[in-house]
Write a protein that binds this ligand. Structure first.
Ligand code: 2P0
Length: 342
């Protein structure tokens, strides 16, 4: 990893100032007329849950994820005349008061020269019904497309940090395969960046099991803040997350499916336990989520090496190997199979 330019305490530097330092003169490059990029969605095997600093989206712990290949976000950018950025999501023009437009415009205004406004056309290839977070692939694709439009030519770790400013998990969505996001220690997050792991795992399968596609009542952002503020169980989380990350990283390097998947499931269940112990309690599961979880555990008790992970929502993500795909498909009729290393 190359030298990172900016490293000043947050009391002395704002996000905008940090961005200006990283972009330097490139901020004022003449933009191309248009540019585009794709970024995959990702699922954490060891989760990011809790921020040590909110304005830079700096996590309490590191995390490791698997990207979802063709499930992600395509973003096209073009320069427009007008006072505001214009955003289209899946073919529909969004109102400037839409929360997605507000977040996206804030990110663009931090990185672009004053008065440069863009048309942003975003298409999520993740089926909306799958309830996968689109903010990760969305901000990653936006970061890559803006890098192309503006000719920044930034190194990958700085693009990862810029994507993180939009949404923490976006720092991991710049790459395919396994990706590790370092917690970092610097107050401005210059070292809180992700990088891809070398290991390829062609036999790994992820199954998306949709329980509900409704927008969640409590965002991840709010849920993390509430958990840190009120959950006594959260005190044990940073240590477990650090241990799980090390175990999963080693298991990935060894190609040890059982250890990787077992630790990922334990990590997810422990994260949900910290949420349930928050006040007011935070439970993202639906009754059907629990029914599907019990089905996974029953199948496992019968000898099928099948594991689950869940994020801040009611849907399950199954982890298994290609040789068990037929068993998984026959047990879960609606499961959507993803081949991360296709
Ligand atoms: C993860 N999640 O590691 C964890 C597991 C949800 C549960 O990253 O506030 O949308 O934008 O940094 O990235 C969701 O959090 O939150 C998330 P912000 P983000 O995948």
């Amino acid at each position: 990893m190359g030298t990172i330019k900016a490293a000043v305490a947050p009391s002395k530097i704002s996000v905008k100032q940090w961005v200006d330092r990283v972009l330097d003169d490139a901020k004022f490059n003449v933009p191309a007329a248009k540019a585009s990029a794709y970024a995959p969605s990702n699922i954490a095997l060891s989760k990011y849950w809790g921020k040590r600093e909110a304005s830079f989206n700096l996590p309490v712990t590191g995390s490791v994820s698997i990207s979802l290949a063709g499930h992600g976000t395509h973003t096209k950018l073009c320069v427009i005349d007008g006072p505001k950025h214009q955003v289209t999501l899946n073919g529909k023009g969004l109102d400037e008061r839409d929360s997605f437009v507000i977040k996206l415009s804030q990110w663009l205004d931090r990185v672009l020269p004053n008065n440069l406004k863009l048309g942003v056309t975003t298409v999520n290839t993740v089926p909306t019904a799958a309830g996968l977070a689109s903010s990760a692939s969305g901000f990653a694709a936006l970061t890559l497309a803006t890098n192309n439009l503006m000719g920044w030519n930034l190194p990958q770790h700085q693009l990862s940090a810029l994507a993180r400013l939009g949404s923490g998990s976006a720092s991991r969505s710049l790459w395919h395969g396994f990706v590790k996001w370092h917690a970092g220690q610097l107050p401005d997050g210059s070292d809180s960046v992700a990088h891809p792991l070398e290991q390829q795992w062609p036999n790994l399968r992820v199954g998306l099991l949709t329980v509900s596609s409704h927008t969640k009542a409590v965002s991840s952002r709010e849920g993390m803040a509430r958990t840190i503020a009120t959950s006594k169980l959260y005190k044990q989380w940073p240590q477990q997350a650090q241990d799980d990350l090390a175990t999963i990283e080693a298991a990935i390097a060894m190609g040890d499916f059982e250890t990787m998947a077992k630790t990922a499931e334990h990590n997810a269940m422990s994260m949900h336990a910290t949420m349930a112990a928050a006040w007011p309690p935070l439970v993202y599961w639906q009754p059907e989520s629990l029914a599907q979880m019990q089905k996974v555990w029953q199948l496992r008790a019968q000898g099928l090496p099948l594991y689950l992970t869940m994020d801040a929502g009611p849907n399950l993500k199954l982890l298994f190997e290609a040789k068990h795909q037929a068993d998984v498909v026959s047990a879960f009729e609606t499961v959507e199979i993803i081949t991360p290393f296709s």
